[in-house]
Design a protein around this ligand. Sequence first.
Ligand SMILES: Cc1ncc(COP(=O)(O)O)c(C=O)c1O
Length: 351
Amino acid sequence: MTFNQPAGYSYLAERFPALTRHLPRLPLGDYPTPLQRLGDRRRGLWVKRDDCTHPVYGGNKIRKLEYLLGDARQRGSADVVTFGGVGSNHVLATAIHGGALGVRTTGMMLPQRMTDYVRGTLERHQQIDSRLLRSPAARRARVDLMRQLRDGAESGLTVVPLGGTSPRGSIGYVNAALELATQWKRPQPPERIYVAAGTMGTAAGLAVGLSLLDWPTEVHAVRVTAPFQVNAIGMKKLTTKLALLLQRHDPRVGELATPWRRVTIREDYLGEDYADVTPASQRAVDESMRRWGLPLETTYTGKAMACLLDDLSEHPSHGDWLFWHTYNGRAAPGSLGALESGYADFLSLCR
Ligand SMILES: Cc1ncc(COP(=O)(O)O)c(C=O)c1O
């Protein structure tokens, strides 16, 4: 049961079928994503290629959206609102995959630092005619805008949280950990998993999945956003809520012993601000390409890889370490055209 599963196969549903009824999932991705060695056999380095979760637009958001859009579908709501910086991968992934399912997505856009992919993200939004709005700075105005969106949504509005991170969205990464277990043929589970942490859903889902598997694997969650978004207290809350959600809907899930304890938040890689191109991140992107031909970027995966590379030089003899790739690896199709004013205007949200 390792390769050639039908697209959208759910490893979690196979183990706990009762969950399917209560926590519906809309299969979107192509699974299992490849598990590959990095470098020669003597080095226990691996990569899980979630850059390849979807042939059109992949990355880690797809697994979360399967449960978030599954929820929208079950409620019968054809409108979704979500949030993110102007270059947000999550808003784009929601617009692309929601749109393909006939769900209309409104993206509430927040300011962010200018990076080389912001323009490309807006071009893709323009290509699929995404509805983007500026998220008002004042709380009151935000509430009013949400009310207007709710009133305008004939069949109900589903709110998808920032980064797709909620207990429900994070189930996608519980599923991903179980998927990894079907591919893993070494005598011992991996000693460590390295993953970028922006809103923590990916790392939290993996931690709960690893607890379900009863693997001793540590999760090194490399913080790439501000400390208020990624921290140990938040991780404890999120993993606890996620475990309770699963247990509530299928008691066979059982007690999961302290999943958050396996997560170490790695603090030294953000730089000054979200999306900062740090020298360490740039070096990791270059080195990953040179050594393994593995493309990364500087905001998320480059930072997670910088952490792994630092640890490698400190621990020359180590067990199996796995790098979890999270950035969409599918190139945009051809020329996307110049940005028209409706979309170019969002560039002014960049700092
Ligand atoms: C490419 C990429 N990698 C990693 C992450 C971090 O995932 P999470 O928000 O689940 O911590 C994000 C989003 O924040 C992302 O877009």
